[in-house]
Design a protein around this ligand. Structure first.
Ligand code: ZN
Length: 56
């Protein structure tokens, strides 16, 4: 289970784990981190945004 965010661990993900980050709008970045929103929903964000408090 190590390095699950790298290499072959990403291939099975939609778009191989990449997309546009809903927080910082970076395109084709790896969206690997789930964060909890204030409303209880989950959001998948990039590494730069994983510690941010977000409400979208
Ligand atoms: Zn981001």
């Amino acid at each position: 289970m190590s390095k699950k965010y790298r290499g072959k661990g990403l291939i099975h993900l939609p778009s191989r784990g990449r997309g546009t980050c809903p927080v910082c709008k970076a395109k084709r970045i790896k969206l690997l981190y789930e964060i909890l929103q204030d409303n209880g929903g989950k959001l998948t964000v990039c590494k730069r945004c994983r510690h941010k408090k977000v409400s979208i």
